[in-house]
Design a protein around this ligand. Structure first.
Ligand code: ZN
Ligand code: ZN
Length: 395
């Protein structure tokens, strides 16, 4: 009989509450979660006293790590970036690319596919963030790479990689965007609205076409409009919702929060949590590849970017945050400690919810019998004390 591991004495985060329990792991899977007690024959004890034991984290929006950019074409570099995040408690992730030419995007996705077998963390797919974004709301994306949808670009890419691309972020108001939504849905790709100033009507048309997620809530996202609501009556102006309000209203649409203490005020994090619940909002790191590097200047998508004080800022446009430099476990800590979300909810938002959003909810992100034994051990300060992938200690 294969060796069984007994994660004993910890506070277990299981869907989705914190309880005193033991976790038994065998053959790469969670076998059972049972009341605390002594080890049984054939079980090797992993002492978890004083620790939280929960599912490994799942990051569906992450651009690199440890100095390695996920938009590059080197599988070894992608694996090294994933390894950085594994050390921070992220056991599954989807590498993400900023807006880059499609030729480069194709190479990056090929490299990510090759990196799957080289990674100790699980690469679940690839997140295409961009190209088809609103120019004015492009944020850190380079203007020269941002443009309207072109089927000559996206069709071949989806043809080649539709089985691996898990998510595509676009601005649904662009001409031709609904055709991209439909093409993605046919290939099983989750479509997310981001870098957008769509009207409520434009946004809902995309939801009707199959859009189901929204990228980094509030960041580069259009909000309330003051406009003539009944122009045929020659009245004054009233208020209409933008994407920011529509996300909170529509239960069928999920969203994601960059919870690093810089992007969103704690009150806004609490508002999203109140409206969407832990099942409707993911925590995502959206880290630039410079996370884990010393403070200083790096180049992100040809733009000089300054890493300082826990954030990445574009040097020539200092009002623009380029990306975060906080890994997902740091987001979990901030959500609980600073924004006041319950620990079990914050953990769910960093594991089960993102896994479910991209269609992996039956595999990872939850500690339950039959699921992958991807475990994260955190101490009382929510610092990483151990990481297991498929029941094997990785960190
Ligand atoms: Zn973005
Ligand atoms: Zn991003």
């Amino acid at each position: 009989m294969a060796e069984r591991l007994l994660f004993s004495g910890g506070a277990v985060v299981t869907p989705f509450r914190v309880e005193e329990a033991d976790v038994v792991v065998a053959d790469g899977l969670v076998l059972e979660i049972r009341p605390r007690g002594p080890a049984r024959p054939g079980e090797r004890v992993v002492d978890c006293r004083g620790l939280y034991v929960g599912p490994g984290l799942v990051d569906i929006h992450v651009h690199g790590g440890g100095g390695h950019d996920f938009a590059g074409d080197d599988p070894a570099a992608i694996a090294a970036g994933a390894e950085y995040h594994l050390h921070q408690g992220t056991t599954s992730l989807t590498p993400s690319a900023l807006s880059i030419p499609f030729v480069q995007l194709d190479r990056a996705i090929r490299a990510a596919r090759q990196a799957v077998s080289r990674c100790r963390a699980r690469l679940l797919g690839y997140h295409v963030e961009g190209v088809y974004l609103d120019m004015q709301y492009r944020g850190g994306h380079l203007a020269e790479h941002v443009h309207n949808p072109d089927p000559r670009e996206y069709r071949p890419l989806i043809e080649a990689h539709g089985d691996f691309i898990t998510e595509w972020t676009l601005a649904p108001e662009l001409p031709g965007a609904l055709e991209v939504v439909a093409a993605c849905r046919r290939a099983g790709i989750v479509v997310s609205a981001g870098h957008t100033r769509a009207t409520y009507e434009q946004f809902m048309a995309a939801v009707e076409a199959g859009l189901s997620h929204t990228t980094h809530y509030a960041c580069c996202m259009g909000n309330l409009r003051f406009e003539a609501l009944r122009p045929e009556l020659s009245t004054g102006k009233g208020f209409a919702p933008g994407v920011l309000e529509a996300v909170l209203l529509r239960d069928e649409v999920t969203t994601e929060i960059i919870c690093d203490g810089f992007h969103l005020h704690p009150g806004l994090i609490q508002l999203v949590f109140k409206a969407k619940g832990a099942a409707g909002a993911c925590l995502v790191s959206d880290t630039v590849f410079g996370v884990g590097m010393p403070e200083g200047e790096i180049v992100v998508g040809d733009q000089p970017t300054v890493l300082k004080n826990g954030i990445a800022v574009i040097r020539d446009r200092p009002e623009i945050i380029a990306s975060s430099v906080t890994p997902l476990s740091g987001m979990l800590r901030h959500a609980h400690r600073r924004a006041g979300l319950p620990l079990a909810a914050a953990w769910e938002m960093a594991s089960a919810t993102p896994a479910r959003v991209i269609g992996f909810g039956d595999r990872c992100g939850v500690l339950a019998p039959g699921r992958d034994a991807d475990l994260l051990l955190l101490d009382a300060d929510l610092a990483v004390r151990g990481v297991y992938v498929g029941g094997v200690r990785a960190v």
